[in-house]
Ligand binder design. Structure first.
Ligand code: BGC
Length: 345
């Protein structure tokens, strides 16, 4: 049975209390969850020598989580993960203007997305996890409908961090939630992830333009640097992908079925990560915009100092009818499950 403790993490600059929860399983795997952004601030996994290693980038105070622009370390991202082009979309004959926070585009839900709010929290029965809840009002960041979101984190004795999302709305609205953990399986702040081996179960990906907005094509990965069907050292083709990886992979998942999406491992620690999700896509982002100016738990966070595997629908789906639907209707319930399972090589 896991153990769970709750403590005061700190206070936001506008005076809201933020809690931190420490959840530990019988193997000594520990995750720390914070109510600011419903995020994972630490994740301790044992390496091949039995030593605990914190494998996610994060902070031990509230303030650095509040900054903008932000790297979104470990947080829940919404209402819409990744970009919506030109910060607008149309539905039912009406155009909705969103807040732009990435040039003229909306990134990760806008200026004040769900990653930058204090969520309500409750402990799950048996101390198996924590549920965070938030109500996003009609018009929030420009999105229509009152949206109720809950994100539940639990830890199993099989070393799985499970994340379950549920959302409902009272008006048709786009919803695309994800978790934005930055993984470095050699330890947060311990160099780059160039030597991590990555495998992704995807034959295609979503090509983007220079502003990281989808062109609308679905690209084949075969015989390109984008191909991770066979395990590959991630640094191998870095110089062939301008800026580094920041692309959505189209997974071989059946809608709503929990399927293995990706595997990552690190040679030094021997830690390996298997990611499973019900989502149709995963964003591989190799922390291309980190530049060594941020210091967090474990040290300095360098360019390519971590990688994100963000389970999600495709970016900018509201402008591409051939992408899977992201519009949530009032009589529907949005559901997503994503699991990060840790093991040794
Ligand atoms: C996006 C990047 C973005 C980063 C922000 C990722 O999910 O794909 O383009 O810069 O988040 O930290």
């Amino acid at each position: 049975m896991p153990t769970l403790t709750k403590e005061r993490f700190g206070t936001t600059t506008d005076g809201q209390d933020v809690d931190r929860f420490t959840l530990q399983n019988k193997n000594g795997m520990v995750t720390k969850l914070i109510s600011y952004g419903a995020g994972v601030s630490e994740l301790w996994v044992r390496d091949k020598n039995g030593k605990p290693v914190n494998v996610v980038l994060g902070f031990d105070t509230v303030q650095p989580y509040e900054t903008r622009p932000t790297p979104y370390f470990g947080c829940t991202v919404g209402r819409y993960a990744n970009r919506i082009a030109e910060a607008k979309f149309s539905h039912g004959g009406k155009e909705y203007q969103l807040n732009a926070n990435d040039g003229s585009h909306t990134l990760h839900g806008g200026l004040n997305g769900l990653s930058h709010r204090v969520w309500k929290s409750e402990l799950l029965p048996g101390d198996s996890g924590v549920r965070f809840q938030i109500s996003s009002p009609d018009g929030d960041e420009g999105f229509p409908g009152n949206l109720a979101v809950s994100v539940t984190f639990s830890l199993t004795d099989e070393n799985e961090l499970c994340i379950d999302y549920v959302a409902t709305t009272d008006q048709t609205t786009p919803v695309n939630l994800t978790n934005h953990c930055y993984f470095n399986l050699e330890g947060a702040g311990n160099g780059t992830v160039h030597d991590h081996t990555v495998q992704i179960n995807a034959e295609s990906f979503i090509p983007v333009n220079s502003a990281y907005v989808p062109t609308g094509e679905i690209g084949a990965v075969k015989e390109t640097p984008m191909d991770f069907n066979q395990p590959k050292r991630i640094g191998q083709d870095f110089n062939k992908v301008p800026g580094g990886y920041d692309h959505t992979y189209v997974l071989r998942t059946k809608p709503g079925e929990l399927t293995e999406a990706a595997r990552v491992s690190a040679p030094g620690s021997g830690i390996s990560l298997c990611m499973l999700t019900t989502e149709p896509g995963v964003q591989l982002y190799t922390s291309n915009f980190l530049d060594g100016t941020i210091t967090g738990i474990g040290g300095v966070y360098k360019k390519h100092g971590a990688l994100c595997l963000e389970a999600q629908h495709f970016p900018d789906s509201v402008h591409h009818n051939h992408f899977p639907n992201v519009l949530l209707e009032p009589d529907e319930t949005y559901k997503q499950t994503t699991v990060y399972r840790f093991d040794l090589l």
